[in-house]
Design a protein around this ligand. Structure first.
Ligand code: FES
Length: 72
């Protein structure tokens, strides 16, 4: 298994497990001191890039499947 895994939760955030280096749009490193983080996928979090649970309040509906061809 890879050192880092990213799994979408149903109608919720991406769950990232493993050691990662996370940066903001300015290139500043965001300190991550947890082995597991949740990254917002709905776009409505007030604490981006992290999920703050807002997805459940806005009724976010994620795509049912990931298209592997989109990764190319
Ligand atoms: S996925 Fe949780 S707030 Fe966006």
């Amino acid at each position: 298994m890879a050192d880092v895994t990213i799994r979408p939760s149903k109608n919720g955030p991406y769950i990232v497990e493993g050691p990662v280096d996370l940066f903001d749009t300015e290139g500043n490193k965001i300190t991550v001191d947890k082995p597991r983080i949740a990254l917002c996928r709905c776009g409505a979090s007030s604490n981006k890039p992290f999920c703050d649970g807002t997805h459940s309040q806005i009724g976010f509906q994620a795509a049912e499947a990931i298209n592997p061809a989109s990764a190319e």
